[in-house]
Design a protein around this ligand. Sequence first.
Ligand SMILES: Cc1ncc(COP(=O)(O)O)c(C=O)c1O
Length: 394
Amino acid sequence: MTTQRIDRISARAYQYVCEVLRSEFYGSKSAGMMTRLEQAFARRFGVRYAISFINGTATLHAALAAAGVGPGDEVIVPPLTMASTAFSVLHAGAVPVFADIDPRTWTLDPASVAERITPRTKAIIPVAIYGLAPDMDPIMELAAAHGLFVLEDDAQCFLGTYKGRLVGTLGHAASFSFQSSKHMTSGEGGMVITNDPDLADRVRRFGSLGYAAVGAGAGKISKHDIQDPGYARHVEVGWNYRISELAAAVALEQTERLDELVAWRVEMARLYAQAVDGVDWLVPQYVPEGYGHSYWTYVLKLARDDITWHDFRRVYLELGGEPFYGAWRLNYLEPAFRGRKFAAYQWQDFEPGLCPVAEDVQPRLIQLPTNYYDRAKMEAQAEILAKTIDHFGR
Ligand SMILES: Cc1ncc(COP(=O)(O)O)c(C=O)c1O
């Protein structure tokens, strides 16, 4: 990589936003950003349908509902993820069942998934945590054997690969987020992709107020459709989860530059990896052979008992490092879950002990940011990591 810096949001985004503003939001003068975004996204992922949303939580809710997930159903999720994965299951009226993670990749462990399947299980949401795909083949085999719907939560994984295939094309549908920290952003926004036309139709209607005139490839309704007083416009109960044209304009520019944006993150991860090379007390997320990590963040597990997470962070910041996050608390240990029972679903206690591997890993994770587009700044951050390691002793 020879370029010294790039813009996170380029001049083309400003042009697209201006196109929208010039339309004054009249349907008849529309710049058609939502459709252009969906077509560009579908093309890049090589899928038939891309349906845009207001965020990457609405996407999960809509995809679950469209797959028929509802009250009385169980959906298997990992606990090491942002809360929306589990919340979306509750939004759909079902209950999340937490399966444990793999001790090295920190993604959903297929063996734990197998143990959690019951006659009420309806779906699985594997999460490509930090930008790394879970081991999807055994998950898809379990799903096929039990007739389950698999929804990839790829909010943190753009252009990651699994055995030569793009992450997002492995399950029955996939969900992405365009929230401000993600590989591509429009401030807020999201996308569902799938090759299944019936599912795509239902996803669209669910997020577009159940309008009859919308469907898999048609996101907009025209006045012609809806001005007739006798027109039956709502064929289903739906939510208003549509992306705005302004957000779609920015997301279109980001989709067009997605390869470049991801490459800078992967490069930042490479620089961090060089800095930790040979250090046995900082363990990076393990990337199995045949996987392409997209590095939404570069994550290390602190494996030394004489240094706390807070000690490490204090020294890193003192040396000029940018603040980094720890991993979110496991979902079931958040106050929203802990000690609660949801609906008819009573057998799983949301208490410590449910997922022992995740409970061991989560408090030790150091999530170093990869969201840099300036070579000098990136090298400086990697150097600060190296100096922090030297401070504690290699
Ligand atoms: C794994 C995961 N799932 C879902 C979401 C929800 O996306 P959004 O913030 O766009 O609603 C996020 C990110 O924010 C996430 O990281």
